[in-house]
Design a protein around this ligand. Structure first.
Ligand code: NAP
Length: 352
């Protein structure tokens, strides 16, 4: 089995803590270094982090001394996962890449960079080859790979089979996003309890743009983006984990009926099936016939939080199809998605 020493940048935050939880007992990756802001650097992890995961803080990290997020302090680390705040991710991630330490990031900063793969292994594994167009180091030892916004995961996982089968003409969606997506302490309780907040600042442009890169085609070292409009409304709801989306799509070639559309989802085959990646869900999509499902509380943790649940597939009076999609935002939509990206990068020989 391959073995790697890994670091986590932004280790004290909500996503950083999820990395720590998910990497416990990972068969390939061992946490050796943790980085955060100057507020945390120099403290032991147990003193620096306000641990919010529902398992006890693992002993293996409790006494690790938190470092500043500087590549020069991460000697001997094979690559880093980043759960950095976007206000600081640009410079810090570049520093690591320029110093030959690959970065597998959750932050939005490099997602639209034309040389940086925005990667979902089940959707666009071939985009990994964009790494060869990056110039952080002359010998290509340092590079950056990103995963998408947490809403984009259930969106693109559900759009992919429809795009393959029918072609997509346009998409309209409303997201009902969990409070854990806002980090910690996140949204004030008086704002969110018993309430819905009708706008999440900065979210809608990401939801409209990132799927087009993900569903784009790699052509001679660059991505030709998919070309259809996505209209998104992003709302925050009093749910702890699991972003749920109500999606309506117009297709280039409409399916004969709803049953055919459901079969397109159910029969879709993941391109990474068979690669034996430790975090890959056996069934990336769970398509419900029972109209009561999916629900965040019941299904966000399915397949260790790595599955996308789809339900209520039905015909639409305005477009072609409507449905609900849902995925765990801090696992599949953040730390778990990044770990799966790292596993694919190992299998494809980019990490060795
Ligand atoms: P968070 O809880 O606010 O954590 C932010 C982390 O960044 C903390 O570890 C913090 O360290 C560190 N940090 C802040 N300023 C820094 C500095 N100047 N230098 C070094 N480190 C610094 O945020 P989060 O929810 O975990 O999100 C982290 C990233 O992942 C963001 O870019 C977010 O957009 C993205 N993301 C989040 C989700 C989600 O569901 N939450 C999903 C997908 C992507 P200190 O504790 O020392 O301040």
């Amino acid at each position: 089995m391959p073995q790697f020493n890994v670091g986590i940048l932004g280790a004290t935050g909500a996503v950083g803590q999820k990395f720590i939880r998910l990497l416990q007992d990972h068969p390939w990756f061992t946490i050796q270094a943790l980085g955060a802001s100057g507020r945390s650097a120099g403290k032991t992890y147990k003193d620096a982090a306000n641990w919010i995961e529902s398992i006890p803080l693992p002993q293996s990290v409790a006494d690790i001394k938190v470092k500043n997020c500087k590549a020069s302090e991460f000697d001997g680390i094979d690559f880093v996962f980043s759960g950095l705040d976007s206000s600081v991710a640009t410079e810090i991630e570049r520093d690591f890449a320029e110093n030959g330490i690959p970065v597998i990031s959750n932050a939005k900063n490099y997602r639209t960079d034309p040389t940086v793969p925005l990667l979902v292994p089940e959707v666009n594994p071939d985009h990994i080859d964009l790494i060869s167009t990056q110039s952080f180091t002359e010998d290509q030892s340092g590079w950056i790979v990103t995963n998408p916004n947490c809403v984009v995961i259930p969106l693109v996982m559900s759009l992919k089979p429809f795009n393959d089968h029918y072609g997509i003409e346009s998409v309209v969606l409303t997201s009902l996003q969990a409070i854990s997506g806002a980090g910690y302490p996140g949204v004030p309780s008086l704002d969110i309890l018993g309430n819905v907040i009708p706008l999440i600042g900065g979210e809608e442009p990401k939801i409209s743009e990132e799927p087009l890169k993900l569903l784009g085609k790699l052509n001679e070292g660059s991505i030709e983006h998919a070309d259809f409009p996505i209209q998104a409304t992003a709302t925050r709801v009093p749910v702890i984990n699991g972003h749920l989306l109500s999606v309506t799509v117009k297709l280039k070639n409409a399916p004969a009926d709803v049953e055919e559309a459901k079969q397109a989802l159910k029969n879709w085959k993941s391109p990474i099936a068979g690669l034996d990646l430790p975090s890959a869900p056996e069934f990336p999509l769970n398509v419900f016939d029972d109209e009561r499902y999916p629900q965040p509380r019941l299904h966000a943790d399915s397949e260790k939080g790595m599955q996308t649940a789809i339900g209520r597939v039905r015909s639409c009076n305005v477009f072609d199809l409507s449905y609900i999609a849902m995925a765990h935002n801090t696992i599949r939509g953040a730390a778990g998605g990044a770990i799966l990206n790292a596993e694919l990068l190992v299998r494809k020989g980019f990490l060795s």
